[in-house]
Design a protein around this ligand. Sequence first.
Ligand SMILES: CC(C)(COP(=O)(O)OP(=O)(O)OC[C@H]1O[C@@H](n2cnc3c(N)ncnc32)[C@H](O)[C@@H]1OP(=O)(O)O)[C@@H](O)C(=O)NCCC(=O)NCCS
Length: 154
Amino acid sequence: MSSEDVTIRWFRESDYAEVEDLVRNLARLFDDPFDARWFKMYMDKRLMENVPGCYVAVKGGNEVVGSVFCDILRDPTGSQYGYISNIMIKKDRRGMGIGEKLLKAALQYLTIAGVPRIWANVREQTEAMVHLFEKHQFIKKFATYENRPPPYGI
Ligand SMILES: CC(C)(COP(=O)(O)OP(=O)(O)OC[C@H]1O[C@@H](n2cnc3c(N)ncnc32)[C@H](O)[C@@H]1OP(=O)(O)O)[C@@H](O)C(=O)NCCC(=O)NCCS
């Protein structure tokens, strides 16, 4: 199988259930929490913008097989940056070039938007992910450390 009959387009309302499933599975993969109510609001807000900042990969015209988020943000110094996150391909569609197609679309959008730098969270446990981003000239800048406070406080 190849990615030839896979097209990349902006997220639409009708893709909601499939994208929710992808992001929910991604959260599960990394043992992160997923709040369905919040996610719905988050995506509804995206749909109100001219550009929703979420690309989907669609196979055969109707099956959503992957998604990626790409946003233009500003850091506290006022400097703009592009941010690519939550790239996820359906389990049975991985390794066919779809992740790369999505990443290229996100990079193209952010490059044309003129951001001076693009950041991405890359999970180093995921070999395919590291390879894909390094192939597209991402270099490791810093590491994110996580602390999970006890739920009932100190
Ligand atoms: C990481 C992920 C997005 C890559 O998408 P994909 O469609 O499977 O990858 P592609 O087929 O486009 O391959 C891209 C490159 O990675 C390589 N690759 C694919 N699977 C690989 C694997 N399991 N191990 C090592 N390299 C791999 C490919 O060979 C290709 O490199 P090449 O062009 O030099 O040959 C996808 O595997 C995925 O959804 N993984 C689980 C979710 C995840 O970890 N997301 C990141 C969250 S932050």
